[in-house]
Structure formats: C-alpha cells, structure tokens
Write a protein that binds this ligand. Sequence first.
Ligand code: FEO
Length: 394
Amino acid sequence: MRKAIQIKENVYWVGVQDFNLRHFHGSLFPIEEGSTYNAYLIVDEEITLIDTVEEEFVDIMFERIESVIGDKAIDHLVVQHAEPDHSGGFVRFMEKYPNCSPYASSIGINNMLQQYFGEYEFTTVATDETLNTGKYTMKFLEMPMIHWPDNMLTYLVEEKIAFSNDAFGQHIASYNLYDCDHGKDFCLAQAKEYYANILVPYNMLINAKINIIKTMDIDMICPAHGIIWKTYVKEIIDLYERHSLAQNEHKATIVYESVWSHTQQIAEALAEGLAQAGVDVKIYKKSETNIAVIMREILDSKAVFIGSGCYNSFMSMEIAGMLDKLKSCNIKDKKGLGFGAYGWYMNTAKTIEEKLAEAGLEIIDDGGISKNFTPSKEAINEIIETAYKIGIEL
Ligand code: FEO
C-alpha cells in the first residue's frame, strides 16, 4: 500500500510524483525530471484535504489518504486552484467522499463549475476568512494571477504552515520532500526557473502578495509542485521579492539562431566584448536550448541580445517564437539589441528590434547590428568594441 508522509503532527503529504512529466502546461515550460502534484491532509476533529491531484493519479492519492484515516470521511476540501493538475481529481474525489464540503475563491468556484459541471455545494472563501476544524484554524489569502485568477493560499494558523498552491513551486520529483534534502542552491535554481516560466508576467501582483506573506509567521511553505520549504523559507520569499521587483544582475543574455555560423560569430563577438567589460554573459543557440533555461537567465539580465540569420526575408521561426514569448511575459526594465548576418535581405535585425520594442525592452542601438555574409575580422573586432562600450554603460 502506498503511504502518506507525515510533515507535522496532524498534517500529511498525500500527493503524487509524475516522474515522466516533461512538458508543464503544454509546451509552455519544458522540464527535465518530472514534477509532483501535492495534496495535503489535515487531521483534526474534522478532516480537511488541501487540493487534489491530476485525474490519472487520483487512486494513488486515495491510497495515501487511507493509509492515515482508513475509511473515515473527509469533511472539507479546499480547492486552492481550478487548473486540472490540482483539481483534475475533484469529480472522483467527490464521488468517493460525497458529504465533503468543497471551498474555493469566487473565481475558483466559477472556474470549477464551468470545468466540471455537476451540482456541487461550494462555499466561497475570501482573503482573511477562516475555516475552523476543531483545534485548527485555516485562514485564506486570495492570490489572483499567481498564476491564474482563482489561486489561493491557505494558512494553517496553529502549525504556521502556508499551503501556497502554485506559488513557491518548483519541478523536483522526489520522495525526499524537503528543501534541505536537495540543497539550497538547487532548490532556489528550480524555483527561479519556475518563476521565470510561469509567474513573470504578474510581477506587480506577486510583489503585493509577498508584502503580506512577509508579515506572516511561517514555519513551512507547502506548494502544490515540488519540495516543501522548511529550512529556506526566508530565502524563497526573498527570491520572490527580488524577481517581483524585476531586480537585475550585471548580466546579459544572448539568444540567436544561425545556419552557417555567421550570426553565431556576431553573437560570440558580442559575448566577448560584454565579458571584457565585466558583464556576466549567457549565450544560447535557441534551437539547441530548452526555452525554460533561456527564460531563467533572461529573468535577471539587464540586457537581452537577440540574433537571427535571414530566412525567406524574415527571422528564423525559433527566434520569432522567442520574441512572441518575451512579449507575452510583460518584460520590464531591460535593454535589448537585435543582430544578424544576411545574404540579400538586410532588415532582419531591424525587425527583431521592432519586436523587442513591442515586448517592452529599451532598444540600445536603433537598427541593430547587421553584417553581410561572413563577418570579416575587422567587423568582428568592431562588434567586440561596440559590445564592450555597451557593457561599460550597462
Ligand atoms: Fe499547478 Fe496553475 O497549475
């Protein structure tokens, strides 16, 4: 029998690992080593489940629940988020526990009813409202757009646990549930990647919630994906604060696509000049790199350099998609520059810069850097010098 894992005296992890997950939310966020859907059981005079799991894993969740409470009923289900990775098991759960009362935010209830139809007697909960289950009190905090309109956080007052749903998540799939089992750097890097790929468009809303969360007395943050934060609670809250304020490092990220290495030579000359100026440089060929990694590095870069060769009088499909992605992420407080080598159509760098400007970046050099066919040695040296000057002023 699969078992729950106790995380505090009356609190249990009853979630599942999805070791084969490689794409989180469709193609939005490729991941390498799976993730988890975390659900938590709170055993009091009345029993509460926080979230369910993806539908295909719901029987595993049931086994873990039964390992703690046998065939006892569950009184309350807090639906912190209607997206199917957390609520996909909802209908099966309600069939098994028909007398359970479900709770959600008002938008969450609307989303749940639209998604799962059926006649469920939801109770709406709003920020600062509470649910008492005997000796425990749960206090709710609505977290709109972190990362859907209906997300919610539930604070178990007496145990100082924040069940944060998608916020503070990361994709670490393991039976070792705690941050200290995996090391601070690894956990924070995973959390940063998650922030960059899921949360970055909503910085302002996140910052407002972080200001509230900072005032709470928290022993443990239990997100809906990945490990539980108990040793590095302050560090993960600080990370969210830093990124929600769009605080950049002295860093530049260069992303390019190149067929015959001409655009690559420009990219590498830019990297050389920036590095000579003391800038931390990241450089990626788009088609060879996981987009999640690129977004992670752009997150705290002061400048983003995007380059492409010319493909039928346009930039490469990879770079076009990259620029659309940047636009969708509501990027702020970054500088941008377009570049590329061309054969007979010289407007690619300019078009890249138009798209960078549309995405909200401040353009460094109007028109960008364009070179015909193979850049000469002199041209490469000129690009190194240009990049050096940009780096000094960054
Ligand atoms: Fe973990 Fe918004 O889904």
